[in-house]
Write a protein that binds this ligand. Structure first.
Ligand SMILES: [Zn+2]
Ligand SMILES: [Zn+2]
Length: 129
């Protein structure tokens, strides 16, 4: 929050609040609906602009679930996780993995300097199996 400091206007605050309230990564459409329900007036352009700004400053993450829609999620300290996405009901679960081996393997095979990564798993949740 502090990273974008005093430029935090009311709409920006509300968008950040929306992402805090949602328990899963959310689309612009869902964020827009949340704001409308709370009678907060923010136009779509500002929502897009705010989300892009917040993504750049690293306080939220932009995630692609392969359906062409971008989703946004708040970044919590030390809460690096991945997503299990149900292709049937579109539910999203978070999962933490021990990935030391995986990251070592990347280092071994390439001199690429990895700054961040994301992993999404697609399949069927318990209810849909
Ligand atoms: Zn990871
Ligand atoms: Zn499901």
């Amino acid at each position: 929050m502090k990273k974008i400091g005093t430029r935090l206007t009311k709409p920006r605050k509300s968008i950040f609040q929306a992402l805090s309230d949602f328990s899963k990564p959310s689309t612009v459409k869902e964020i827009n609906l949340y704001l409308q329900n709370k009678k907060i007036k923010v136009n779509l352009t500002s929502i897009y602009r705010t989300l892009s700004l917040m993504t750049k400053s690293g306080i939220i993450n932009e995630i692609e679930f392969g359906d062409g829609k971008k989703r946004y999620e708040k970044v919590e300290d030390n809460s690096h996780h991945h997503h299990l996405i149900c292709e049937n009901c579109k539910s999203v679960e978070d999962i933490s993995l021990k990935e030391t081996t995986l990251l070592k393997e990347v280092k071994k095979q390439s001199s690429f300097k990895v700054k961040k990564h994301s992993l999404e798993f697609f399949g069927l949740c318990q209810n849909c199996q």
